[in-house]
Write a protein that binds this ligand. Structure first.
Ligand code: PLP
Length: 284
């Protein structure tokens, strides 16, 4: 039996009942977070918590107990017996249930808070050999910085990639490469690590932030500047990042083979440091 968290209680996932009037259901009026459990600790929970607070603030959703996110995540790991395996926590907060209307309900309407946990098998093969990804026009809205549950443009785009056997869809907006449908993307050009700067056109990934720190510690030059699609031929290495894929090399981007078609040297250096930080945390 899977145990979920729902509006203050831990209960069987099957017993969760969400109103058809819930604004998450009617308007995708809500935010979410995904955090990874590494058999003993959550990866950078502080950054996930602050991003959750920011997303809630941007949508003006008031979840007064937001600071309990780490504790409730721990409790879900415990109650689902996931302590000794890789796992994920998904948390969603919507504006709550109220008669359908475009204006917000009164401040007395409590948000709907749902979270669950599941065991997770890391995709080691993709991390070692790399993935092939599609390039496509970014059809999303202008607030990609908010981790909103309104992901239709992401899912439609990802499905296109998936159907032709590709592992991610990377977006291009006004000729500039932004990010993936559920990942950030990095490039190595002229020996420099390049990635789209934080803006309303990308989600500020927790993995992205840690990769930039790691690259800096490794003495790799960083350029937080969007790469033009027309410069693909100058890209020597590419990788995507997110909570589940960590650092996953990209060997083919929009039909173009990147570098020698195998994971590059800088990518591997960053991957190794990322993995060793996780390993060291296990041993402490
Ligand atoms: N960009 C988008 C659109 C995402 O959905 C995600 C994660 O799912 C990311 C970037 C990476 O974020 P994180 O590293 O915090 O998982």
């Amino acid at each position: 039996m899977q145990i979920a968290y729902f509006n203050g209680k831990f209960l069987s996932k099957e017993d969760v009942k969400i109103s058809p009037d819930d604004r998450g259901f009617l308007f995708a009026d809500g935010v979410y977070e995904v955090v990874r459990w590494y058999e003993g600790f959550f990866f950078d929970m502080d950054s996930h918590l602050s991003r959750l607070k920011r997303s809630l603030r941007e949508l003006r959703i008031n979840w007064a107990e937001v600071d309990m996110f780490p504790a409730l995540s721990h409790e879900l790991i415990k109650q689902n017996n996931l302590e000794n395996q890789p796992a994920m926590i998904y948390l969603q907060v919507s504006r709550g249930a109220a008669k359908r209307s475009h204006n917000f309900p009164s401040s007395e309407v409590p948000p709907t808070v749902y979270a669950n946990a599941w065991g997770f098998v890391p995709d080691i093969q993709s991390k070692e050999s790399g993935i092939k990804v599609m390039l496509k026009e970014d059809i999303r809205w202008n607030r990609c910085d908010i981790k909103s549950v309104a992901l239709l443009a992401n899912t439609l785009s990802f499905q296109e990639a998936y159907q032709v056997g590709l592992q991610e869809c990377i977006f291009v907006r006004n000729g500039l490469i932004t990010e993936g449908s559920h990942s950030n993307i990095f490039f190595v050009i002229d020996g420099m690590l390049c990635t789209h700067p934080e803006s309303n056109h990308i989600l500020s990934g927790v993995t992205r932030k840690n990769i930039l720190r790691i690259a800096d510690e490794l003495g790799i030059k960083i350029r937080e500047e969007a790469v033009q699609e027309s410069r693909i031929r100058f890209i020597k290495e590419a990788f995507i990042s997110n909570t589940s894929a960590e650092v996953t090399p990209v060997t083919v981007l929009g039909g173009n083979t990147i570098g020698d078609g195998v994971p590059g040297h800088v990518t591997k250096l960053i991957q190794e440091k990322f993995d060793s930080e996780v390993k060291n945390k296990h041993e402490n």
